[in-house]
Design a protein around this ligand. Structure first.
Ligand SMILES: [Zn+2]
Length: 349
């Protein structure tokens, strides 16, 4: 079964209806270097399966947004992206160790491939800087990367997204707990003195388990393999936020996908207009999202389901991980995309 057929089966739609929304990266084409209005809107509902610590960089409190006259916890797209990206790298590494020679042939390189999200600072030594993003794998080609010394271009992410907003307000979805400072968590709140730690107890705001967030992830100009790889990574993302050793367990659900030439609706739009505000039942929320998005059916290609995430995992999991066919094609697509960009840049000079 080709990947296009697989997508048709997962989404329950004829291939011809959605094929215009995918990039053809089966060959090197410089046209692929620029966006061509092929937008896949993936609507997600994220349920907290334990307590979550979701905060801004450096901040201590939970990230909240005001919608209407109430405050709701939110998950910023960048937080979800970093979890999704780490998940994708895990999948790629696992596939690579089982199919090293084949992937190296696609790469056209014999050195060991490595790519990680290790943040680097310009003040660090050269060795530490080298350990970051590789700039060649499907993860880098989809999510983008910043130029390295020897590189010739920066790449912007083709995966975007907006706010994921809790359906229940702060009063119902946030709980404040007191922890003892000997706990693992307190690394973040220790007051560092001369080797001393002060403050034995501290309080932390957490998103209550069971809280549901609604939002959207957007994939632009991706190939069928890239679509499946990122959808699988999203569907299997299981932690988000800070201190994920103790907190952050989530499950990701996908009630709907809209294929269009532009971004349709958003987490905010659903929150305000789909009648889900204040609800806390996942099935009911997914049904409300489906019926609200039905209004877009006339002008766009709409797929609704009780959970596309579950179908993606069911359909693509082989021996406990993502099918090698998907990963292999995503590597080939990434290499072609990269070469296409290089051609495009050379021509513009
Ligand atoms: Zn990479």
């Amino acid at each position: 079964m080709s990947l296009n057929e697989k997508i048709g089966k997962i989404l329950g739609i004829e291939e011809e209806k959605i094929s215009p929304f995918f990039a053809d990266l089966s060959d090197v084409k410089k046209e692929n270097a620029v966006p061509r209005g092929r937008v896949i809107n993936v609507f997600v509902t994220i349920q907290a399966e334990g307590e979550l610590i979701i905060r801004h960089e450096g901040g201590e409190d939970i990230t909240l947004a005001t919608v209407g006259d109430k405050k709701y916890p939110i998950i910023l797209h960048e937080k979800l992206t970093s979890s999704m990206r780490r998940k994708m790298l895990e999948l790629l590494r696992r596939d690579y160790s089982a199919n090293k020679e084949e992937i190296n042939k696609i790469r056209g390189k014999n050195d060991d491939w490595d790519c990680s999200l290790r943040p680097f600072s310009s003040t660090k030594k050269e060795e530490e800087r080298m350990g970051g993003l590789c700039g060649e794998c499907p993860n880098c080609m989809e999510f983008g990367f910043a130029v390295k010394e020897e590189g010739s271009f920066n790449l912007k992410s083709r995966i975007e997204g907006d706010l994921h907003i809790a359906t229940e307000p702060e009063q119902k979805s946030v709980v404040v707990r007191t922890f003892n400072a000997v706990d693992e968590v307190t690394k973040t709140t220790f007051i560092q003195g001369e080797g001393e730690r002060t403050g034995a107890l501290f309080r932390l705001s957490l998103v209550r388990e069971g809280t549901i967030f609604v939002g959207k992830v957007v994939m632009k100009d991706v190939s069928p393999a890239e679509f499946l790889l990122s959808l699988y990574s999203l569907a299997s993302t299981s932690r988000v936020g800070a201190v994920t050793s103790d907190f952050g367990k989530i499950s990701v659900h996908i009630p709907a996908i809209i294929f269009s030439s532009y971004e349709v609706s958003s987490g905010y739009d659903l929150h305000r207009r789909a009648g889900i505000e204040g609800l806390n039942n996942l099935d009911e929320i997914n049904r409300k999202i489906n019926s609200y998005l039905d209004g877009f059916k006339k002008n766009h290609v709409l797929i609704t389901s009780d959970d596309i995430a579950k179908k993606v995992l069911d359909e693509l999991t082989v021996n406990g991980t993502i099918s090698h066919d998907v990963v292999k094609e995503a590597w080939m697509n990434g290499v072609n995309f990269r070469k296409g960009i290089k051609l495009f840049i050379r021509e513009k000079k």
